[in-house]
Design a protein around this ligand. Structure first.
Ligand code: MN
Length: 205
């Protein structure tokens, strides 16, 4: 079993790919020099049992994933809870559609934002790769999306309460792309791929 198969085991075990239209875990990904090239990020709005946003960053051939109940913010004052969840296959970044009710994560999914990101920790002394930044609990990335641009920090806050091991905070950095007081998830509800809102997908439009 390859390293990538190992990372995606939880993803595979939760799903029945005969029933869900979500991609299987098979898709291969390029390796080598990955820290130097722009990598994919995606935020999917997901109307599961509770509406949430799934924030995903490409790292070593998989999508590292967090569930963000309130979604991202462009205001540096907002500290958004981001609960780390299982790695997803790279192909998931373009998934938009409806997961059947009764299946894991059943409900509508739209691609709320996508684009590329850079690891700003590469500029540290010494530089930190994404796996190193994740292990240290302090990720710093520059997003180039259609709705989200600029620096964002992901900070692992685990250890404050029992059961909070997967808790991180997603926080906009104060830079020229910050928009204090804005409400980007309220202002821009639509898919960046199809223009549909989540209700369109739920209704089968
Ligand atoms: Mn989800």
């Amino acid at each position: 079993m390859s390293d990538r198969d190992g990372k995606l085991r939880e993803y595979r075990e939760k799903r029945d790919f005969d029933k869900t239209p979500e991609p299987g875990p098979a898709a291969p990904a390029p390796d080598g020099e990955e820290e130097q090239r722009p990598r994919v990020f995606v935020i999917q709005k997901h109307d599961a049992s509770r509406l949430h946003y799934d924030f995903r960053l490409e790292v070593q051939g998989v999508l590292k994933s967090w569930v963000v109940p309130k979604g991202p913010s462009l205001s540096p004052k907002d500290k958004r809870l981001a609960v780390m969840t299982e790695d997803h296959p790279l192909a998931y970044a373009s998934f938009e559609g409806s997961i059947p009710e009764g299946e894991y994560g059943g409900g509508a999914v739209i691609v709320w934002d996508h684009g590329t990101y850079r690891n700003l920790k590469l500029d540290d002394t010494p530089p930190q790769t994404m796996p190193e930044a994740l292990a240290s609990g302090h990720v710093l990335v520059w997003l180039e999306g259609q709705k989200l641009r600029g620096g964002f920090a992901l900070i692992h806050t685990a250890g404050r309460r029992p059961g909070d091991e997967d808790n991180w905070l997603l926080i906009k950095k104060s830079d020229e792309r910050a928009q204090p007081g804005s409400d980007i998830v309220g202002e821009r509800p639509e898919s960046v791929v199809t223009g549909r809102v989540i209700e369109d997908v739920k209704g089968g439009a």
